[in-house]
Design a protein around this ligand. Structure first.
Ligand code: C5P
Length: 406
């Protein structure tokens, strides 16, 4: 499955480094070629000889080695790989990557590479939870660095928690998944998609606003999956705390009206998916200055105005209407009936409906049980099993690919 793939493996320091020997063996079994860089810390846990024997290649350790540089310079080393795998990735090497440091061969190769990087972190639970590590991981992920693990469980230091290196089988699966996605079919090449995501913020005055608790996870996952399937994706997002999905054109907006204007500016499109939790109302007359407390205890009265319905507007936009318009519906009862009525009212093609009743466990959870309502006839309803928001995005995108294929 990995025949012809070149992997640059960077082994940094960690008690779990011994597991990487198994990773090398399995990657080679699948046909991958591996060149390895061993950091000074890594060499305390595995020997260069064992890594060389298993990779059947020279192990690179020293940036100032004239012989190494003459044989294969560090730039070439980092460029000739199809994937750079850092396993185990210590807190230290992750921090150096986040900061862009290059003070040894491993970090120099990581800074010089123009290839995708997958890290398999391992460290003590408190080190993992430390705000510095959290910030480093967020930085690396926002730059598109891929990650597998760490897992929870008993740690080598005697403590328990998140910090265990992913198992060799999981690391291999992550490598396979990467290549499957990179080399896999791209059924939506040539299709233009617009996705909305996140909440909107509706200002009351220059410092206050009305918002909702939408995280944007579902919309962002859909945008990322569409891009992986080869579509040209614009993500119009309200304020969220998420990294921009790789390979997606992200437009940041605040209000419902800005979101609609941005969506319209990106028409025509083939596919439009409206996953944003758009505020139904805005404040009618936004105060130009901060509203002050009245001395006499009188309370301000806010008047609302209705926001545009982006899904309905685009669904009914005539010649500019995308071929496939998809909306969401969160219902607490009669999910299918209500969603079907919503589909007809808004004029979209599909509605993804989920049950958000308090006993459904959907609210605030990671999982979603979805009904796809694609028409008024009963046969066109599909029930997708309970799955993560990322899995929902994958199912939706493969359903879209099937739709355009037939
Ligand atoms: O009417 P309701 O808010 O339940 O509809 C939900 C669907 O409509 C979602 O797909 C949401 O993104 C979209 N919507 C919209 N603009 C609005 C309100 C909802 O695009 N103003």
């Amino acid at each position: 499955m990995l025949t012809g793939k070149n992997i640059l493996l960077i082994i940094s320091g960690g008690i779990a480094a011994y597991k990487v020997l198994e990773v090398i063996r399995r990657l080679r079994d699948q046909g991958a070629s591996i060149r390895a860089i061993l950091t000074q810390g890594g060499a305390e846990f595995v020997t260069p000889l064992s890594v060389a024997a298993l990779t059947e290649n020279k192990v690179y350790q020293d940036i100032f080695s004239l012989t190494d540089e003459a044989e294969m310079g560090h730039i070439r080393l980092s460029r000739e790989a199809d994937l750079v795998l850092v396993a185990p990735a210590s807190a230290d090497i992750l921090a150096k990557m986040a900061a862009g440091m290059a003070n040894d061969l491993a970090t120099t190769a990581l800074l010089a590479t123009n290839k995708p990087v997958l890290v398999a972190p391992t460290m003590n639970v408190e080190m993992w939870n430390n705000p510095a590590t959290r910030a480093n991981i967020a930085t690396l992920e926002s730059r598109g660095i891929l990650r597998i693990g760490p897992a929870g469980g008993d740690l080598a230091c005697g403590e328990t928690g998140t910090g265990r290196l992913a198992e060799p089988a999981e690391i291999i699966a992550a490598v396979q998944d990467f290549f499957a996605r990179q080399d896999g079919p791209k059924p939506l090449v040539g299709k233009k998609a617009v996705v909305t995501s996140g909440p909107t913020h509706e200002p009351i005055d220059p410092v206050r606003y009305i918002a909702n608790r939408s995280s944007g996870k579902q919309g962002h996952a859909i945008a990322a999956e569409l891009a992986r399937a080869g579509a040209d994706v614009t993500l119009v997002s309200g304020p969220v705390n998420l990294p921009d999905p790789v390979g997606v054109n992200v437009v940041r907006v605040e209000t419902a009206r800005d979101m609609l204007a941005s969506v319209q500016a990106h028409m025509p499109a083939d596919i439009a998916i409206f996953a944003a939790a758009v505020a139904d109302w805005r404040i009618k007359d936004q105060a130009g200055q901060k509203i002050k407390k009245a001395g006499d205890g009188a309370l301000p009265v806010l008047q609302f105005a209705e926001n545009p319905d982006i899904l309905a507007t685009i669904s009914q936009s005539g010649p500019l209407r995308p071929a496939l318009v998809v909306g969401f519906a969160a219902e607490t009862e009669n999910v299918v009936d209500h969603a079907r009525a919503k589909r007809a009212r808004k004029g979209c093609d599909w509605i993804l409906a989920n049950n958000v009743a308090p006993d459904s466990g959907t609210f605030g959870g990671e999982d979603n049980e979805i009904h796809l309502i694609a028409g008024n006839d009963v046969q066109s309803d599909e029930l997708w099993p309970k799955q993560s928001k990322i899995a929902v995005a994958r199912t939706l995108v493969s359903r879209i690919a099937r739709h355009f294929d037939t």
